[in-house]
Design a protein. Structure first.
Length: 296
């Protein structure tokens, strides 16, 4: 029997009983300041400027800094280790790339992508409960499977198996929506003038994560919620930048990173079905716009 639930309960109890959460909330600002991410940090100033551009509530740079990083520090303390790994990856980039990636995420916020996703999940959950109710009350359906009675557990099993084809269609549709959101967020960052920085940042993240770079479009459309690197770059920047990207991929073959090659040419339809995010080539290509400048 796994001990993980017991450990989780003990940790949650200790956090509540000893007041760890309020204590860490109070000192989180000092911790990140000690790490060098204080109010004088250029990234913080740039993010404050973006906040003003998007008409957020006016705050001092220090308050903006504390509000932004408290959640990150709490996630590192209480959340999975992957959060800390993400922070380390971000710290490896230059400041312009970090701001560009954050501008992309702010695009999701500005365009209400999170709210739309939340509403979609609630609707799907409601439909699942409604569908199970129909199955649970269908005597003919139980009899067609050889059951004279209508046990709750059997009804749940029947429902889970009967909706599998529909679940694949819903998953495909959600991936298409998610990929569209990624392109919109990229366009938002490009509108702010961070196209070049976002492009280089995405490539570096893709290389470090050993993710699929130029997957087949059909494979990507089905499996990935985010557009793979190759097609994303093609859509955002055009054929010239896409060719440069392919050259950089070839260079990886000579630098000991051959492990990336297994997923570099994924079918576009496979990608559209399986991936909720578009391939990076698609995203990078969509970011290109000759003479794009930052908004004043």
């Amino acid at each position: 029997m796994s001990m993980l639930p017991a450990v989780t309960i003990l940790l949650d109890t200790a956090i509540l009983y000893f007041g760890i959460l309020p204590w860490f909330w109070k000192i989180s600002g000092n911790i990140v300041a000690y790490m060098g991410l204080d109010a004088e940090n250029e990234i913080i100033h740039t993010l404050s400027f973006l906040a003003g551009v998007m008409i957020w509530s006016q705050q001092t740079i220090w308050l903006f800094f504390r509000d932004m990083f408290k959640g990150i520090c709490l996630s590192i303390l209480l959340g999975p280790p992957i959060v800390a790994a993400i922070i380390v990856i971000v710290q490896c980039k230059n400041e312009e790339e970090v701001v560009a990636v954050i501008a992309h995420e702010l695009g999701h916020w500005k365009l209400n992508h999170t709210m739309y996703s939340f509403i979609a999940v609630q609707i799907l959950t409601f439909l699942q409960f409604g569908g199970y109710t129909l199955v649970r009350n269908s005597k003919d359906l139980f009899q067609s499977f050889g059951f004279d009675a209508q046990p709750v557990l059997i009804g749940l099993v029947i429902f889970q198996h009967t909706v599998i084809p529909l679940q694949h269609l819903v998953s495909f549709g959600l991936n298409l929506v998610s990929r569209a959101f990624e392109f919109q967020a990229d366009a938002f960052a490009k509108k702010l003038g961070y196209a070049a920085a976002l492009r280089s940042g995405l490539v570096k993240l893709q290389e470090e994560n050993l993710s699929a770079m130029n997957t087949d479009p059909w494979y990507s459309a089905y499996h990935y919620s985010h557009v793979p690197l190759g097609f994303r770059q093609y859509c955002n920047w055009g054929m010239r930048q896409w060719s440069r990207y392919l050259v950089s991929v070839q260079r990886l073959c000579h630098t000991g990173k051959e492990e990336n090659l297994s997923a570099m040419n994924t079918d576009p339809w496979y990608s559209a079905y399986h991936y909720s995010h578009p391939p990076l080539v698609e995203r990078l290509a969509a970011l290109e716009e000759p003479g794009s400048k930052k908004e004043d």
